[in-house]
Design a protein around this ligand. Structure first.
Ligand code: TA6
Length: 310
């Protein structure tokens, strides 16, 4: 496989970018290169299939912050379920033409390495699609870079540049799957008083009252003030904070029982151990990028230990 700078094999990537104990490249079972990024504060793994961050574990954490399904996709061309899927250059179904893949082509596409560096505190990986991804004509001309930084926090950025001669509107998301102790024991703070569109009720607008708790399928696009969102998981003594830049919407999703069984790539009961809190430009938060301009959607994820709950 070739990469952003023309390197073709894992050995060449390792020779060009590898840093012992900090940045290593290996071939995954799926024939995509997998990058292990290690800093004093945390470590992560990224597959070049979809530029997917599959794992992030802070040095002080016992368990991974991200959830990955134990069940492989039924078809090697399908994206993995879990980690931080890149939904780009549209979120959910492409408007007016359901033939296009839900959440866009990026998460199933092969990416190459544009650059990879390790400083004292942070490892940085920059990726780009290896081929021009097929998209509807109205949004042709957008270029994507995915940048992952691993330090005390995990930062993921989608950098979109409009290389066409016309403004282009896009929606997108970092569709982050968080690992939790149990869906009954978590609360999501920071969305109080925000209006959400309920995807389970014809996108009816509802005002959130208090923290988000989950006791059935939830699929909501929140209009946010861009402030931090906190996932509080007391049994794990963990509080994960998701800060964003370039985003005024967030998606909260849990498939619950019936949908998780329909998906076909989630083990029975797995819905209880995951929740998606997605840093997005979705719903009414579509982004218009002027010719020659660019937009960055950034999620900064931090994990802190909560005092033992009495
Ligand atoms: O982000 C929530 C959502 O749009 C849900 O409606 C559900 O479809 C989920 O994404 C997963 O989508 P996927 O295409 O990965 O099965």
């Amino acid at each position: 496989m070739t990469s952003g700078d023309g390197l073709t094999t894992v050995d060449e990537l390792q020779a060009r970018y590898g840093v012992e104990g900090r940045l290593t490249f290996a071939m995954g079972e799926d024939s995509f290169a997998c990058v292990t990024m290690m800093s004093p504060g945390s470590c992560a793994s990224v597959t070049l299939k979809g530029a997917l961050v599959q794992s992030w574990r802070p040095a002080a954490a016992i368990n991974d912050v991200l959830w990955m399904s134990d069940v492989a996709p039924s078809d090697a061309r399908k994206p993995y379920r879990g980690g931080i899927p890149v939904c780009w250059p549209w979120f959910s179904a492409y408007p007016g033409d359901g033939a296009w893949p839900s959440h866009g082509p990026a998460r199933s596409s092969a990416f190459g390495v544009v650059n990879a560096v390790a400083s004292d505190e942070v490892v940085r990986l920059e990726m780009a699609p290896m081929m021009t991804m097929p998209v509807p004509e109205p949004i042709e001309g957008l270029q994507l870079r995915v940048v992952v930084e691993v330090g005390d926090q995990l930062t993921v950025a989608l950098e979109t540049q409009n290389q066409s001669e016309r403004p282009i509107s896009l929606t997108q998301a970092l569709h982050t799957y968080f690992a939790i102790s149990d869906v009954a024991d978590i609360r999501i703070e920071g969305l109080d008083n925000c209006i959400y569109a309920d995807a389970l009720d014809g996108l009816r607008r509802v005002r959130q009252s208090g923290a988000v708790t989950i006791s059935s399928e939830v699929d909501r696009i929140y209009a946010t003030d861009g402030g931090p969102i906190r996932l509080v998981d007391r049994p794990q003594q963990r509080c994960v904070t998701i800060a964003s830049e370039g985003s005024r919407s967030a998606v909260v999703w849990n498939p619950w029982i019936a949908k998780s069984e329909r998906l076909g790539d989630m083990a029975s009961g797995a819905y209880r151990r995951m929740v998606c809190i997605e840093t997005a430009n979705a719903g009414d938060d579509a982004i218009s990028v002027a010719p020659g301009q660019s937009h960055r959607l950034i999620a900064r994820i931090a994990c802190d230990t909560l005092p033992k709950s009495n």
